[in-house]
Design a protein around this ligand. Structure first.
Ligand code: GLP
Length: 236
């Protein structure tokens, strides 16, 4: 794992932006994208940049089940606001939260991932070390699947909703193996509330109790963290 410790989230976004620029130079086509508050500054840099995504393909990690693409709490909406309205891609793919038949949605999304292997996968990190919506206990060999959100994820994400009861309890998510299939991975984590998850991900054993620990087995992963998120790491 290539660990980059920066002074602030803003500096972390700048560093991640340079990795996007580099991937453009390397002719990357398929970008795996993430939601959450962590990548917002990076998306701003991408929006304001002159990078042209019109021949690129995006594949998002996850979507809440039960929310339409028009719902302002959906990840479809988030991605349009944060990036796609300003930077048109050739194709954007996000799980369909309104598809109630999980077999149909899983096979549709898996076909997309097979057709378009991900060149650069962007990740955030849940406070319980989830990536995508792969909660602790998720098997490492999972591909796209339907997940029940844990209480801690519902608590962490309720800030985006008016009432806790409005937070969806299920999501479709790329699995841990789908994420590991990406050629390059960049994970961002900022703030003290991520410090334990960061420590477990980097220094702990590779275990399904810490989903992000599987990244230790990937051969091209960059972890960009600020000093607060790095505060529990052993420093040499
Ligand atoms: C959600 C998303 C994850 C994201 C995580 C962290 O659960 N499914 O992809 O990484 O939240 O969110 P934040 O960046 O807001 O801390």
């Amino acid at each position: 794992m290539n660990i980059v410790i920066v002074n602030s989230a803003t500096e972390g976004a700048k560093k991640a932006f340079t990795l996007f620029e580099q991937s453009f130079q390397e002719k990357a086509i398929v970008f795996g994208l993430a939601t959450g508050s962590t990548p917002i500054e990076l998306y701003q840099l991408l929006r304001e940049s002159d990078l042209d995504f019109s021949d690129k393909i995006s594949i998002n990690l996850d979507e809440y089940i039960g929310l339409s693409a028009k719902d302002e709490h959906s990840y479809h909406y988030f991605m349009r606001e944060q990036l796609f309205n300003d930077k048109p891609f050739k194709e954007n793919h996000i799980p369909n939260g309104l598809e109630h038949c999980e077999e149909i949605e899983i096979s549709r999304y898996e076909n997309i991932l097979k057709q378009y292997p991900i060149d650069l996968q962007l990740l955030g990190l849940g406070t319980n070390a989830h990536i995508g919506f792969n909660e602790p206990g998720t098997s490492f060999d999972t591909r796209t699947h339907k997940v029940a959100l844990t209480e801690s994820t519902i608590q962490a994400n309720k800030r985006f909703f008016e009432k806790e009861e409005d937070v969806p309890t299920y999501a479709y998510s790329m699995g841990l193996q789908s994420i590991m299939d990406a050629k390059k991975i960049v994970l961002l984590a900022f703030g003290e509330n991520k410090a334990q998850a960061v420590k477990d991900m980097i220094e702990g054993p590779v275990t399904i109790d810490v989903p992000a620990s599987i990244l230790q087995k990937h051969d091209d992963v960059t972890i960009i963290i600020d000093e607060c998120a790095a505060s529990l790491l052993k420093r040499s």
